[in-house]
Structure formats: structure tokens, C-alpha cells
Ligand binder design. Structure first.
Ligand SMILES: [Zn+2]
Length: 306
């Protein structure tokens, strides 16, 4: 079987070593993992998730009476924090996820990036996406790179024409550096070809699949909770019970099929897979929980998809 996310990780190391504009990235601070994304469906093919932002300032939700404007309910005060992901004792700063099998079939045709590639081969769309996600890492501060409009303001979303153009330039720089084709040849094939040739496509996922480490809410201790007027009721918030600390022990290899995924024992990834558990995913089944406390601009600093 081919471990697709491991191949991407190795390719990223080679890219970072060869493309000077990406030399600020430390590949040991990245973790590539797979999510499920149905082929042919709309949706991101890859996403860069920042997990090194500091906790937010304390905040809370509140509800007002429409007529009087008075606050009637509020949540307890909380901060939003990044999960801790450590591999070999070292903290991971960014997670980069790829939607399988969807990513495997990405092509230049009809994409915004096609304008930069002329008649190039269709698989370059995948190399472009890999460099695109790396380029989202902000070189100056923890977070997702801010993209400025020509007037100096922040662009809506994280892309502008310049961003896409620069990514295409880096794709060409990388290929011009004459890398070993063994590093990127796996991108030439679509999902069906890979699946047939390698007898299965697997990727690294978290034990909590389809969930993965995301920003989470932590309530302030009771002693730090501000006083509340008697007329204001405390509204309980439903917060998902998810792990906040992860290590290499939380990583598991899963096989990605056209319509489902299944757990695979790591030792079996090179031979017939032992199906441990199979999860049938709904059509277009991607599960994502946005951190409820992020403002729109803060959210942009946390993740950016392609
Ligand atoms: Zn992007």
C-alpha cells in the first residue's frame, strides 16, 4: 500500500530544502494527515491548520432581549486554546490536512491556478496545492500568512492573485532544481490508478478520526468568573469532549476507499490490510468543527484551505 501522507511529508521536506522562499519552514514542526473527501465533490482538497497561536483573551457569549436590549443570559467566561500535538517530544506548530481520495484526482483543468501553467500536465495542480499550503505558513509570526490587497488592507480570504502567482513560480523553481522524480512521481496518478498499483491508499490520521486536533474552549476557573447580575441566567455551552493533548500514540494509519475509510494496523500497510473498523461516511462527508469563539479575522489566522 502507498502511504500518501508520508509521501507528501517527504516531498515537503525536499521542497523546503530546494525553494529558497520556503526555507523559513521547519519540516519537523509540521504534521501531514489525511481527512476524508469524496472524489468529485466540492470542498477543500487541503487545509493548513495553525496550532501554535496563543490562547485568546477571556470572552463569553451573551443573549439580549430583543425588546428591551437587556442581557438575559450569558455563558461562563472562557478562553480558546490551541491543542498540544507533540511528536517525539517536539511540539508541532502546523497541521496540514489532505482530503483523500479527492486530492488524488485534482487537476489543473477549470481551476484558478490553470492560468499560470499554460499546457502543463494536469498533476502539477497537486504539486501546486502542496506548495500553496506550505506558503500559508506565516514567516513572521505564528499563524496563517496575511495576504495584503494592493491598498495595504488584508485580503478577504487568504488568497489574492499574487499569492497564487507566487505559488506557481515556486512550483517552477522546485522543478527547475532537478529534484529526484521519485519524490513527486506519485502525484502523476489519480486515486484509481494508485489504488490498483499499490493495492490500497493509506494515510496518517488521528485516533479520533474523523475528528482531529482543533482549537477548543477552556472555561475560566470559578474564582475568576465575573459576578453576574441576578437577572442574567448562565447558559450552559455544549463543548465537544475532545482530547487537548496528542502524541505519536494518537496517530493511526487508515485506508481510504472511494466511499469509506477503514483502520489498518501499521504492520499491515505493506500487505493485505486487516480491517479493524470501517466507517461509512455520508455523501460528501467531511466533519469540521470551527472554533466557536474565533472572530472572522482570527479564524483566518487559524486555518486556510485550498
Ligand atoms: Zn489557500
Amino acid at each position: 500500500m502507498i502511504n500518501y501522507t508520508e509521501r507528501i511529508s517527504l516531498l515537503m521536506r525536499d521542497i523546503v530544502a530546494r525553494v529558497p522562499r520556503l526555507s523559513y519552514i521547519d519540516p519537523d514542526e509540521l504534521l501531514v494527515f489525511a481527512r476524508y473527501g469524496r472524489r468529485g465533490a466540492a470542498g477543500a482538497v487541503a487545509t493548513c491548520h495553525c496550532i501554535c497561536l496563543p490562547p485568546t483573551e477571556p470572552g463569553h457569549y451573551y443573549w439580549r432581549d430583543r425588546q428591551t436590549g437587556c442581557v438575559t443570559r450569558r455563558s461562563r467566561w472562557f478562553v480558546t486554546k490551541s491543542p498540544l500535538v507533540c511528536l517525539g517530544g517536539r511540539r508541532v506548530q502546523y497541521l496540514i490536512s489532505f482530503a483523500l481520495p479527492r486530492f488524488c484526482d485534482q487537476s489543473l483543468a477549470g481551476s484558478k491556478k490553470a492560468q499560470f501553467y499554460g499546457n502543463a500536465e494536469r498533476w502539477l495542480a497537486k504539486l501546486d496545492t502542496i506548495i500553496h499550503e506550505l506558503y500559508h505558513i506565516d514567516p513572521q509570526a505564528p499563524g496563517i500568512r496575511r495576504v495584503e490587497r494592493c491598498d495595504g488592507g488584508a485580503a478577504v480570504g487568504s488568497h489574492g492573485r499574487t499569492f497564487l502567482e507566487q505559488v506557481a513560480e515556486m512550483v517552477k523553481e522546485y522543478l527547475a532544481s532537478e529534484p529526484d522524480p521519485a519524490c513527486y512521481d506519485f502525484l502523476r496518478d489519480g486515486f484509481a490508478e494508485l489504488d490498483g498499483r499499490f493495492d490500497g491508499v493509506v494515510g496518517t490520521t488521528f485516533r479520533t478520526f474523523p475528528s482531529f486536533p482543533q482549537r477548543y474552549i477552556e472555561f475560566l476557573p470559578s474564582a475568576s468568573q465575573p459576578e453576574t447580575p441576578a437577572a442574567v441566567r448562565i447558559q450552559a455551552l455544549k463543548t465537544p469532549d475532545v482530547p487537548t493533548h496528542y502524541s505519536e500514540h494518537d496517530l493511526v494509519v487508515r485506508q481510504f476507499l472511494e466511499r469509506a475509510t477503514r483502520g489498518v494496523a501499521r504492520r499491515d500497510t505493506r500487505r493485505e490490510p486487516a480491517a479493524l473498523r470501517q466507517i461509512q461516511l455520508p455523501t460528501g462527508g467531511e466533519i469540521q468543527r470551527a472554533a466557536a469563539t474565533q472572530s472572522a479575522s482570527a479564524q483566518r489566522r487559524v486555518k486556510s484551505g485550498a
